[in-house]
Design a protein around this ligand. Structure first.
Ligand code: HEC
Length: 198
């Protein structure tokens, strides 16, 4: 290391490189910040915000535990809502289906046809070939045994009256009766469905 006198003028004017040193946070602000955090935790714990409706959206525990109005016994079923939740993904909200994949419900001879066959389609599903409005489909229609008789009657009545369809609604009794048929497998084809009427 050369002695100071031997350095050039430029080197001597240069100040030493800055370096990082540890500068602890001053004690007072640190204590104030810590105190505020502790106050917040204790405040939340003591005030119990989860049990005080005015601190949230004002719904009480009783409101939250009560059944939604639509699920109340005896309330009329909303066929359009059941259709939107269970059928529209495939048959489309317009009821037109998807060409070659999902058959249309709007103007379908199956929808306007025998209520008994229609009930069996939603109770057991179809896994095979079916012709709708002159086009053959070979897909899978799921069964909906988990929906109640009233809900199925509601959704079938809805599709029979929606879009350009104008057929009579279907009664829940028919669903109850067809559910007892003992069938556990989907229908193999449109012909198997038509055989129900014989
Ligand atoms: C996962 C898709 C899918 C869902 C969800 C679905 N379907 Fe289907 N549906 C089909 C397919 C595919 C066919 C044709 C079956 C075949 O090709 O074997 C069909 C056929 C039908 C038919 C007879 C043919 C026609 O177009 O008229 C009716 C009626 C029907 N579905 C009603 C419903 C109803 C009502 C719901 C709701 C409760 C529903 N479907 C939900 C796929 C679906």
């Amino acid at each position: 290391m050369p002695d100071n006198n031997q350095r050039s003028g430029a080197q001597r004017r240069e100040s030493t490189d800055p370096e990082e040193r540890i500068r602890p946070m001053p004690l007072l602000p640190a204590l104030i910040a810590l105190g505020m955090v502790l106050f917040g935790i204790i405040y939340i714990a003591v005030s119990g915000p989860y049990s005080q409706p005015w601190m949230g959206d004002e719904r009480t525990l009783a409101d939250l535990q009560a059944k939604p109005a639509s699920a109340a016994a005896g309330a009329p079923v909303d066929g359009a809502a059941i259709f939107a939740a269970n059928c529209a993904a495939c048959h489309q909200p317009s009821g037109e289906g998807l060409p070659g994949v999902f058959p249309p419900l709007d103007g379908s001879e199956w929808v306007h046809g025998s209520p008994k066959i229609l009930a069996n389609i939603v109770l057991h599903g179809i896994d095979g070939e079916i012709t709708v409005k002159g086009n053959a489909y070979k897909g899978q229609m799921p069964a909906f045994p988990q929906l109640s008789d009233g809900e199925l009657a509601g959704v079938l009545s809805y599709i029979r009256g929606a879009w350009t369809n104008k057929s009579e609604p279907i009664a829940a009794d028919l669903l109850a009766q067809e559910r007892k048929s003992g069938r556990t497998t989907p229908f193999e084809s449109g012909d198997a469905l038509k055989a129900l009427e014989k």
